[in-house]
Design a protein around this ligand. Structure first.
Ligand SMILES: Nc1ncnc2c1ncn2[C@@H]1O[C@H](COP(=O)(O)OP(=O)(O)OP(=O)(O)O)[C@@H](O)[C@H]1O
Ligand SMILES: CC(=O)N[C@H]1[C@@H]2OC[C@@H](O2)[C@@H](O)[C@@H]1O[C@H](C)C(=O)O
Length: 376
């Protein structure tokens, strides 16, 4: 605290489980962000397996979870070290690290029970290894105040993209989430359904690839109308916000149940999953912000050419050719770094004692300061 600079590091490892996105940013006194450097490091296979195994309940979870939390802290610390070396900086130059951790459970609505969410990470070890203040556990306080603890990026999207136009931001990560930035109203946002996660899971199961490069495999298939209809009948899609989801709700078993005993070609399943992602996002946008003029796409899905083409094609029908769709790249922001930038900003907000949740988004009963600090 009280460092002369306002340099922050943001560390994000999201629901795709593809690795760590790290950014070094300079924060101005109003929360304006200037990106100074970035690194993306894929997870080592054993760490990815350990984190993936924890997504479903299993034997000896407490031990396994703590081991994974330690491994993740070590992987985060190595990434921070690379970022410092690359930027020719030392730990004392950095105000704080905002570290998301890995979501392994997200139970934001439990009938007759208190809700919870859990991002695994050993933040004390990360502070010890880096000698930098670490801010972690950003979601719990919002949940304690009755919110979903997610999505948290809408406040940052408002800061980054401004609120004076009818803009929406679509993050297509493992899960897809929308931020609505109307020019005359409150910032809103919610998770709209699966992003890349089911497509990743299906191509991994069928072909052993981590993801469908540029959506090429999906492009070889046709949407299966029966499968699409069954998938869209999942109650999550018709729920009103606030709403959030994760691997707890959408996973390979969920897909296999929807396919059932139908004999559908594997590439048609992939095409249907791509269409599901596109359709759910645009339908939610049309339902909640039909006046939107520009949709900014970020997250790894922005790098999927087939997904971007289908978003544009489907929007012509739903929005009558009035919706412009761009990736954040067009605005000079790497789509894959937006969430890591958000966690640097959330760390800044914590250190500045500024509330960073949006009750209109998460459903919390009030504004709250997010995160817990582990001093260097
Ligand atoms: N060139 C590409 N072609 C197709 N898909 C891609 C490409 N590059 C990235 N992706 C997709 O983006 C995913 C990673 O996206 P991202 O890093 O935004 O997710 P995340 O941050 O883990 O998820 P979330 O936002 O839900 O927390 C990959 O798993 C893959 O599905
Ligand atoms: C519980 C959790 O980790 N949720 C993630 C996930 O990934 C995308 C979407 O679902 C979003 O709600 C959230 O992440 C971003 C960073 C958020 O909080 O805004």
């Amino acid at each position: 605290m009280n460092k002369p600079h306002s340099l922050y590091i943001g560390l994000m490892s999201g629901t795709s489980l593809d690795g760590i996105d790290a950014v070094l940013t300079k924060l101005d006194p109003n929360g304006g962000t200037t990106l100074l450097g970035s690194i993306s490091s894929p997870f080592a296979p054993e760490l990815r397996t350990a984190l993936l195994d924890l997504q479903t309940p299993g034997h000896n979870e407490i031990h396994l979870e703590n081991q994974a939390a330690n491994m993740l802290a070590i992987a985060y610390a190595e990434t921070v070290q690379q970022l410092l070396t690359q930027s020719k900086l030392k730990p004392s130059d950095i105000c704080a690290i905002g570290a998301h951790g890995q979501t392994i459970r997200h139970q934001a609505e439990l009938p007759n029970q208190l809700a919870y969410t859990h991002q695994t990470l050993n933040p004390a070890l990360l502070a010890e290894l880096t000698d930098i203040d670490v801010i972690a556990d950003f979601r719990s306080r919002d949940l304690a105040a009755g919110g979903h603890g997610a999505p948290l990026v809408p406040a940052f999207h408002a800061q980054l993209f401004g609120c004076n136009k009818n803009i929406a931001v679509l993050n297509v990560g493992g899960i897809a989430n929308l931020t609505l930035l109307p020019n005359d109203g409150e910032v809103r946002g919610f998770d709209c359904g699966p992003g890349n996660m089911l497509m990743d899971a299906w191509i991994a199961e069928q072909q052993g690839h981590a993801f469908d490069e540029d959506g090429k495999w999906a492009s070889q298939g046709q949407v299966d109308k029966g499968l699409l209809t069954r998938m869209l009948a999942d109650p999550f899609f018709s729920k009103a916000p606030p709403k959030s989801t994760g691997r707890d709700d959408f996973h390979l078993n969920w897909l296999q149940q929807q396919v059932g005993s139908d004999n559908i070609h594997a590439e048609d399943i992939q095409a249907s999953l791509l269409h599901l992602t596109v359709h759910c996002a645009l339908q939610a946008l049309e339902r909640h912000a039909p006046q939107t003029q520009t949709l900014i796409v970020c997250g790894g899905g922005a790098c999927n050419g087939a997904l971007m083409r289908e978003l544009k094609a489907e929007s012509h029908t739903l929005f009558n050719n009035t919706l412009e769709i761009v990736t954040s790249e067009a605005l000079g922001i790497d789509p894959q770094l937006v969430e890591a930038l958000a966690f640097a900003w959330l760390a800044w907000a914590h250190q500045e004692k500024r509330p960073a949740n949006l009750p209109a988004v998460t459903g919390a009963k009030g504004l709250r300061i997010l995160g817990a600090c582990y001093p260097a």
